[in-house]
Design a protein around this ligand. Sequence first.
Ligand code: ATP
Ligand code: MG
Length: 396
Amino acid sequence: MNKVILIKYGELTTKKGNRKFFINTLYNNIKNKLKNFDVKIYKDISRMYIEFNDIDLDIILMKINSIFGIHEYLVAHKVETSEHAIKDCLLNILKDKKFSTFKVETKRSDKSFPISSLEFSKQIGGLILKNYKNVSVDVHNPELLLKIEIREHYTYIYTNSYKGLGGYPNGTLGKAMLMLSGGIDSPVAGYLTLKRGIRLECIYFEAIPHTSIEARNKVIELTKKLSKYTDKILLNIIPFTEIQESIYKNVDSEYCITIMRRMMYRITEKLSQKRNCLVICNGESVGQVASQTLTSMSVINDVTNMPVIRPVACMDKLEIIDIAKKIDTYETSILPYEDCCTVFVPKHPVINPKLSKCLECEKKFDYEGMIEKAINNCKTIEIIEKKSKQEYKDLL
Ligand code: ATP
Ligand code: MG
């Protein structure tokens, strides 16, 4: 008796024109994630099938649970499509199951199979009742739901299925530059962007010696956690000290954060263009801090024409934290190392900044030269899920 992992596609099945491209991308992503396992993967228009070695099952399922574009997955028994083989297999499966109520659901996509779905479910129900005493049918709330999918050559029989991550397969919608701080919001924003099929590159601004190597390691660790949902991610580390110090020397304290964020956006835009990123993504959340009022956001956003996606803009902090816990970034995000935003935070940051005042402040120092320099001195490292912290230290 053969077992196979069966994968049902998510939203992509509604994208009619792109369906083939989406399925092929998903297929390649799965193949890539499972490249170190002895598996055979094949696909048709509505399902993907993975034949596997039994000892690897748990770890393969864990990997599948981190791939976008999968709506549902399950482990099915695979038998040839014949009445006799299906019934035999069913009785075998039920041998080690404990249940008192059950329901059978049949789906017959091979219409040359001579028995209708409804009739076949009834026949199987009868067979189970005959072989097991003290069990009964419950169509509303069965303890055991037995599903039978009859296809042309093979039939798939299963009892449990699991919800996949959903979304679109990674790499189907271009690339974004994620502004990744060590906080809670931006990794969640990155995860939600990946979920839309968008690949990521990350940009992190650091102001050493005002910020520490630990703060940088935290961002490396967060990038690593995000890479679980895609393959490798490039992390760009921008030396921001000179710009930040100039801002604090030249700009009124209440405007420092606004100007600092305008500089971050300018650098992010420039690097995005160099790296073919079509959008900027960040963890801004409306109303969370002074720089995230609508007026602040629009004055800051004024420095770029690139689209900016803010996946957590309208979420409550608790909703964001829930996702951060689910994707295992929360514990890393709350480590207490200071970020360049928090180091210099003024007592009274402006809540409703004026664009004219920003332009006036920015005349006081040659920020363009500094921006060029910061980009030229950017360090880029490739982050993959399994590298250790030490290995990344050696790279820098
Ligand atoms: P987070 O929002 O991720 O919890 P935070 O609260 O420290 O971190 P905010 O001050 O809310 O950050 O900044 C809003 C967004 O700006 C962040 O979500 C992130 O996308 C971006 N950002 C802030 N600081 C940095 C940084 N040092 N490097 C890269 N991006 C940053
Ligand atoms: Mg925040």
